[in-house]
Design a protein around this ligand. Structure first.
Ligand code: USQ
Length: 368
């Protein structure tokens, strides 16, 4: 919607897998998400801008190839992946579904690019979680090494924490390979944990809202904490809450895509941007939400619970962030009343909160 408003000619390709997964596990976004075609009609009515819709599954190579041949994009923004770590850890079937959907879908995009638009720019949504929490600084994708007196530049080593995060590592390797052998141009956005609900575009009409999850599977930490506070439930850092992550506001995710789009890499370049604006520990987030809730008259309790994941809870964390700021990223800060605006949105929809979907049941040690 942002790019369409900005004058780009936009097509959206969607197979509605996320809606199917939500139905399978019995969760829904906080506010309902209307059918895509209806949202596109509302967008046209409100802004006069047309967005072309292609319905199908990226993992079907003939469909993907046909769309690329027909539409001939100058740039592709690839957000079409299974995004949840807990979903991928629910067992054998969901792990396979996650990796097939993500890795095969991305491979089909790469082949379709090579065949129909070899000079197009792929902006691929990766994740900061590809790196895990190493005891060294996290560089932006590439690491200069010296080993036994010889030097090389290699992809930053990866130690991800779920089958989902692993799928993004596999994608990154496939992307780097096709830049090297087919001369494609790709930006891998290693994005941190996103929080927030509204953008300028979603505010144009209620039915243009984005999908906001708070459940144990699709909800991310800060979003969950805000819903817990609003629903009078305890805020749940897992374990000690010393896990540190990079975070960014949903508005900044759009800014980052536009910066990548308007500053494309060279042909043959695999470019990696670390994409976050602030680093917090989970316990800092929990106390920030509790303090913000207090300001609007809600008393929220923080209750550390047994960590269902296998991850480091106290660790070094120092990711490098240079590329996006050097291109002009102007971050929104978490402290800029965002939590308050999130809390008021959540309160407006609080009758739809299903408390039974909040407690974590998916365990990393888990299922076979
Ligand atoms: N956590 C809690 N309590 C909760 C929920 C989460 O302590 O109620 C902890 C988790 O154990 C983890 C951290 O918060 O240490 C982040 O968890 P999350 O669920 O917010 O985020 P994550 O599973 O890492 O995945 C999310 C998105 C994923 C994206 C990733 C960016 O779902 O699509 O790739 O954030 S990153 O974390 O940088 O890899």
């Amino acid at each position: 919607m942002y790019l369409s408003r900005g004058g780009y000619e936009v097509a959206v390709l969607d197979g509605f897998q996320k809606r199917r997964w939500e139905a399978q596990i019995g969760v829904q976004p906080l506010a309902p998400i209307h059918p895509l075609q209806e949202r596109v009609r509302i967008w046209k009515r409100e802004t006069g801008k047309n967005i072309r819709v292609f319905v199908g599954d990226l993992a079907h190579e003939r469909f993907t190839a046909r769309v690329f041949e027909q539409w001939k994009p100058d740039a592709i923004i690839h957000y079409g992946e299974q995004p949840s770590a807990p979903f991928s850890m629910m067992g054998n079937e969901k792990a396979v579904e996650t990796q097939v959907n993500n890795v095969a879908g991305n491979l089909n995009v790469l082949f379709a690019m090579k065949r129909s638009v070899p000079t197009a720019h792929l902006i691929k949504l990766g994740t900061m979680g590809e790196y895990g929490t190493p005891n060294i600084d996290i560089e932006e994708g590439w690491l200069d090494i010296e080993h036994k007196g010889r030097k090389d530049r290699v992809l930053m080593p990866k130690k991800p924490g779920s089958f989902y995060h692993l799928s993004k590592v596999h994608d990154s390797h496939n992307c780097e390979f096709v830049c090297r052998v087919w001369n494609l141009r790709i930006t891998d956005l290693n994005q941190g944990v996103v929080y927030g609900i509204e953008t300028d575009e979603t505010q144009i009409h209620e039915e243009l809202n984005t999908s906001f999850h708070y459940d144990e599977v699709f909800g991310t930490a800060l979003n969950r904490f805000c819903v817990q506070a609003a629903a009078g439930l305890p805020i749940t850092p897992y374990g000690s809450g010393g896990q540190k992550r990079g975070f960014l506001n949903i508005r900044d995710t759009i800014q980052c895509v536009e910066l990548a789009l308007s500053n494309p890499p060279l042909s043959g370049e695999f470019r990696v941007f670390n994409q976050f604006t602030e680093v917090f520990s989970i316990r800092e987030l929990a106390s920030t939400v509790a303090a913000a809730a207090k300001e609007i008259g809600v008393t929220a309790k923080v209750e550390h619970i047994i960590n269902p994941r296998i991850e480091e809870e106290e660790h070094y964390y120092n990711p490098v962030l240079t590329h996006l700021p050097s291109l002009g990223l102007k971050p929104h800060k978490l402290s800029d009343t965002l939590v308050k605006s999130m809390l008021s949105y959540i309160k407006r929809h609080s009758d739809r909160i299903d408390p039974d979907t909040i407690a974590p049941r998916v365990k990393w040690e888990g299922y076979v």
